[in-house]
Design a protein around this ligand. Structure first.
Ligand SMILES: [Cu+2]
Length: 237
């Protein structure tokens, strides 16, 4: 009798276990389906692909994490960052009294960490435009974080080919940012900012692709001179 009661209780308990197991399973399945829907990856613009790629290394640098721009921070806060400040002047007087320019300053020899986010600030004092050839791809902002650059705080993804003064171009990394020759505010300079991701260590050429130099092609003088409109980007492991 007692044994039967116990047995009966066990049967009841087993049924309860079975029932709660089914309910639990359904809850888990429902949660799983809900999460699957909500965890669909966000649409990533082609220019941001490297961000996601680089973002996978969780080591290093909470100290170097960008302090602002929360939308970018969620994706790139785990990678090292590096700030580069450049300016562009129309002419610069050399110690011997000769002039050179236009030129990037203070140096075109840039050093950045591998697998990092490099933020570049360029103050362009060389107001005025040099047309890019019709259909030039260098009128477009390419392969920068977020897909756009900013001029005096306003985002842009391309310029009219007649509104370009210079470009900041790293051909091997497909990074290109056209630098406007017209200040939106009418000021005597304008400030361009953008970020790009580095990959493996190596030495890359970077340069201006707008024919701002001398000669009939515009590709002479500063455009053909290291330290003026071309330089090197050394990515350090
Ligand atoms: Cu140039």
């Amino acid at each position: 009798m007692r044994g039967e009661m116990i047995g009966s209780n066990n049967s009841m308990a087993s049924l309860q276990w079975l029932f709660s197991g089914i309910v639990g399973g359904l809850v888990i399945l429902t949660l799983g389906a809900t999460l699957a829907v909500h965890m669909t990856p966000p649409v990533i613009h082609s220019s941001q692909q490297q961000v996601t790629t680089q973002g996978k290394s969780p080591a290093n640098s909470t100290a170097n994490a960008p302090a602002s721009s929360p939308t970018q921070q969620t994706k790139v806060s785990t990678v090292p960052t590096k700030q580069i400040n450049l300016s562009i002047v129309a002419t610069m007087t050399m110690p011997d009294g000769s002039t050179m320019g236009p030129t990037y300053l203070p140096t075109t020899s840039l050093y950045v960490p591998a697998h990092s986010m490099v933020t570049v600030t360029i103050v362009n004092y060389d107001i005025g435009d040099t047309d890019l050839p019709a259909g030039s791809p260098f009128a477009n902002v390419t392969n920068v974080v977020g897909g756009s650059a900013k001029v005096d705080g306003t985002s842009y993804t391309q310029l009219d080919i007649t509104k370009v003064a210079h470009t900041f171009t790293i051909p091997q990394l497909n990074v290109n940012v056209p630098i406007p020759g017209d200040s939106p505010t009418g000021a005597s300079s304008l400030t361009v900012t953008f970020s790009f991701m580095t990959g493996a260590a190596g030495v890359y050429d970077w340069r201006c692709m707008d024919p701002c130099g001398s000669g009939s092609s515009g590709w002479g003088g500063p455009m053909a001179t290291m330290g003026q409109m071309e330089g090197t980007l050394t990515v350090v492991a």
